[in-house]
Structure formats: structure tokens, C-alpha cells
Design a protein around this ligand. Structure first.
Ligand code: LMR
Length: 404
């Protein structure tokens, strides 16, 4: 029956993380997977989250199936977090939100929805993008192509080339955009660039699909939502509110990876469209996994909904963001000291958990084999894996590899 089944080649990120776990070397350094580690090298349990979870457990509530679309309190808090409480789009009832199994689950439900209701649409992802974006949309049966994004010669955004390419793609194409903390490069659009891009998307009748997995890791919770709030204020070619998708995640921002807490929201032109879209998202969920799990979402809803926990969370998230920035500076300092003629300023200008180091696969292999420093083979470094105990060693190892 299964003789013809081919072996799985492994996932470029998750398999690498598994290899790291098996590596017997004491001084190994994991800068591969997008997980925030604290300065002691541990995945933190945030205090705000611990308190929220204690409250959820103390309720001693039964655990019924959630509605297909998820818990109402979770969905409402997500909408407020994304768009801002009292946003016109929410007041108009034109945003359809479902609780999803991580933001990956949201991406997949959205992809299935597109395959069903916009079957001819191509999906355009940035070059490069999170490795799983292409795989997920292709897995839903959609054609995936890429638009220019990162200019390897400057280490900066290839904004003109990006716009030029997007002007030429077919109407109704889906354009996957990273709202902040671009994965894998750490190179983001400025506000002025978003302000220029959004009318272009509208004018060419393109469908933005925003991935917001790192809200709070760039410049702040509200600041990192700039792109999606600007999209929510925009009008399409027909003069009606612009339609777009946004998936968001609490894996990183609340350090809740394994609870798989995320959401998919679809901003529609009006309330009736949102009702229909929500219905079809529910149909997609029902025939995939029926309904989302209950526990993690209730923790998130408590953190977001209770003012004291919310304040505590915002300050913990701020501290994570600042620690990453401090690590960027420390790594930069070591590298500049070892290789003064080389420009490492990208570590300071890139945002969020990731930096695109420009190291090639052979150099990444050397880092792993000779120095037990793990990066993704694309050269992506998870800066959030650096700490005061390993940052210097990482800088020295990188310098050794760059030196040839
Ligand atoms: C990453 O990019 O490393 C994270 O988002 C984890 C994952 O699922 O790939």
C-alpha cells in the first residue's frame, strides 16, 4: 500500500532545530528557529501569561467544543489589538475574524478560501519570504510567484523593483506582505513606503494578505500595526473599503508557541460580505479540523482583556524587544572590532527577531560544523537566540567564517 511513499526531506527550519537538540556539544548556539529566548537561553513564560493562565484554570470551567470560528472574547480582543478599539471597520462589522491554530493555521484557512473563491488568483510572495509561505499556498493548490524585495548588494529593501513588479502582475493576485519584522530578512517598509504601496495595490486591484507574526517586536504594538491600519483606511478601485487578509500570532509576542494561538481576519467591503466570508471560513475550518482548541485562546483573551495583565504584558514585550536590540548592538560591536573594514550596520537597521547575514550555505555549514552556531541555510539568523553569554562567541565565529 505504501511502497511508493517517498521520504520527507525535512523542513529547512524545524529539522534544523531538531538537529540542534541532538548536537552533543556543550557550547552550541541556536540561532535557527524563530523563537525568543531570554538572556539565560530559556524560552520565557511571561508573568502576565502565567497570571492569566492561573485565572483561566481557577475558573474550573467545562471544556465544550468552541464554535467553529473560535471563542467570541478571543476574536473580539484580537480585532481590537489589530485595528484599535472603536475602529470604523470594526464598528461597521466588516471584519470577519476566526481564531486559528497558530497564524500558520490562519494562513492555510485563508489559502483554502482563496483557492475556492478566487481560484485563478496567483499568490505573490516576497523574495525571499518565510520558507513555509510558498509551501502552504502551493499546498492549497495555488500558483505561487515571487516579487523582488531584498537587495543583496545593499542589504536594503528593493522598493522600486518591488513596486515595478507589483504594477505588472494580474489583477486579483494575492500579495503576501509582512507587516513588520520581515522574516527572514529583518528589512521592513517605512511608513512612507507603505503609504506609497497601498494605493498601488488598490489601483491594480490586488488582494493584500498581511502576515503579522511579530507584532511588538519591531517598534511597538501599535507602531507595528501601521500597515494594516493604513490598509483598513484605504479604498479599492471601486471606491469601497479595500479588502485584505491579515493573520496574526501570539506564539512570539506572548511566548505561547505550543498553544498555537493565532487568528485570521478578513477586512471586507461591507457587513454583508463579512458575514458571507465568515461563513465560508467556518465551512473551511469545519472540514479541516472542526474547531480550534480552547485553552490558549482563553489565556490570550485574559491578557488582552484585563487592564492590569495587559499593562504587564506590554511591558514584558517591550523588554523582549529591547533585549533583542541590545544583542544586535553587542554582535555588531564584536564584528566591527574584528573586521573594521566591513559594514555590519545591517544588524542595527534590521528589525525584529531576524537578520539576513548574507552568509552563504557553505559559510552557514562551517558555522555549524566548526563552531556549533546554528543559522538557517539561507543565512537567516534569529537574533533573539543571542544572549550575553553567547553573543561574543557568535561574533568571533562569524568573523572567522567571513575571513575565509
Ligand atoms: C521561524 O520562521 O523560524 C518560525 O516562524 C517558526 C516556524 O514555524 O518556521
Amino acid at each position: 500500500m505504501f511502497e511508493h511513499v517517498e521520504p520527507f526531506g525535512g523542513d529547512p527550519i524545524l529539522s534544523l532545530n531538531e538537529d540542534f537538540q541532538k548536537d552533543p556539544r556543550q557550547a552550541k548556539i541556536n540561532l535557527s528557529i524563530g523563537i525568543y529566548f531570554d538572556d539565560a537561553g530559556r524560552i520565557p513564560v511571561l508573568d502576565s501569561v502565567r497570571q492569566a493562565e492561573a485565572k483561566v484554570v481557577a475558573r474550573n470551567a467545562p471544556k465544550p467544543y468552541l464554535p467553529i470560528e473560535g471563542a467570541a472574547n478571543f476574536r473580539e480582543e484580537v480585532q481590537k489589538l489589530l485595528f484599535g478599539a472603536g475602529h470604523d471597520a470594526l464598528a461597521a462589522g466588516r471584519v470577519a475574524t476566526i481564531q486559528s491554530v497558530g497564524s500558520s493555521g490562519g494562513l492555510k484557512v485563508g489559502a483554502d478560501f482563496i483557492a475556492r473563491w478566487l481560484p485563478g488568483s496567483e499568490v505573490w510572495v516576497s523574495d525571499p519570504s518565510w520558507e513555509n509561505h510558498r509551501s502552504m499556498f502551493e499546498g492549497a493548490g495555488l500558483a505561487v510567484r515571487s516579487y523582488p524585495y531584498y537587495d543583496a548588494s545593499t542589504g536594503a529593501l528593493a522598493f522600486d523593483a518591488m513596486c515595478e513588479a507589483l504594477r505588472r502582475i494580474p489583477a486579483k493576485s494575492v500579495v503576501l506582505l509582512h507587516a513588520c519584522c520581515h522574516n527572514p530578512t529583518g528589512v521592513d517598509l517605512t511608513r512612507a513606503q507603505w503609504d506609497a504601496l497601498i494605493p498601488l495595490l488598490a489601483e491594480h486591484d490586488l488582494l493584500p494578505y498581511v502576515d503579522l507574526a511579530y507584532q511588538g517586536f519591531g517598534d511597538g504594538i501599535v507602531e507595528d500595526a501601521y500597515a494594516l491600519r493604513a490598509l483598513a483606511a484605504a479604498r479599492g478601485r471601486d471606491g469601497r473599503p479595500l479588502s485584505f487578509f491579515v493573520v496574526n500570532s501570539f506564539s512570539k509576542s506572548m511566548s505561547l508557541y505550543g498553544e498555537r494561538c493565532g487568528a485570521l481576519s478578513v477586512a471586507c467591503a461591507d457587513r454583508q460580505e463579512a458575514v458571507n466570508v465568515l461563513g465560508q471560513l467556518k465551512f473551511t475550518v469545519r472540514r479541516n479540523y472542526s474547531s480550534p482548541p480552547i485553552h490558549g485562546g482563553q489565556i490570550v483573551a485574559a491578557v488582552l482583556g484585563e487592564p492590569e495583565l495587559r499593562r504587564a504584558w506590554e511591558s514584558e514585550l517591550g523588554a523582549m524587544r529591547e533585549r533583542i536590540q541590545a544583542m544586535r548592538k553587542a554582535l555588531h560591536a564584536t564584528l566591527v572590532q574584528k573586521m573594521p573594514a566591513r559594514d555590519f550596520d545591517y544588524f542595527l537597521t534590521q528589525r525584529g527577531m531576524f537578520s539576513y547575514t548574507g552568509l552563504g550555505p557553505a559559510q552557514v555549514d562551517r558555522l555549524r560544523d566548526e563552531f556549533a552556531v546554528y543559522l538557517v541555510r539561507s543565512g537567516r539568523m534569529c537574533v533573539a537566540g543571542l544572549n550575553s553569554g553567547n553573543v561574543e562567541a557568535t561574533g568571533l565565529a562569524m568573523a572567522a567564517v567571513l575571513d575565509g
